[in-house]
Design a protein around this ligand. Sequence first.
Ligand code: ADE
Length: 226
Amino acid sequence: MRFDIITVLPELLESPLNHSIMQRAKNKGLLEVHLHHLRDYGIGKHKQVDDYQFGGGAGMVMRPEPLAACLDQLLAERAYDAVIYTTPDGKRLDQGICNRLSMFENAIIICGHYKGIDERIREKYVNWEISIGDYVLSGGELAAAIIVDSVGRLIPGVLNDETSALFDSFQDNLLAPPVYTRPAVWDERAVPEVLLSGNDKLIDEWRHEQSLLRTRERRPDLLGEA
Ligand code: ADE
């Protein structure tokens, strides 16, 4: 899968996407992330990308022309399945959205800044508006990094154990069960006996039960949707 990310702060995205699983996915050729510096499409000598808000009010708005120039260039190069805009008034990101996005070949992410982008860009180009939660970030870059990470790890072959994403929290609207590693007893606390039994059926049952308990206790809203 290929992501093209349009941003005024490419530096903010370099580190999170160049380590661990994301780096491995890129090395394996399963994930491509291309950063596009919006400033390169800026207007005039100062490469301006934002301007005051019509109607008054504090805060700048990202001008349409630099965004349109960058988007037109990308859209002329290949077909995109999604043009995403990261914004607090978008649809809240969840595992279902991540699953859908992971089926795509090519996606653009526009990172908002200041008061946001001119509404006409949203009307003309954007077909996915995604929020990562009900709080306001100072820019869309961290939201874009979260989208690429949560979607990228679902691409087949990215995780070492192909099945492991299937058992993530939320994949079946349940939270994941508790996990343990060695030593079997630590700080006088023993690992639940069943996990040491070697009986796969009993272990599966125990994990499912724990998932249900945990979900009921912490996120009963998820069970309402199950
Ligand atoms: N930009 C600013 N806040 C955001 C949020 N909560 N989600 C996505 N993009 C944002």
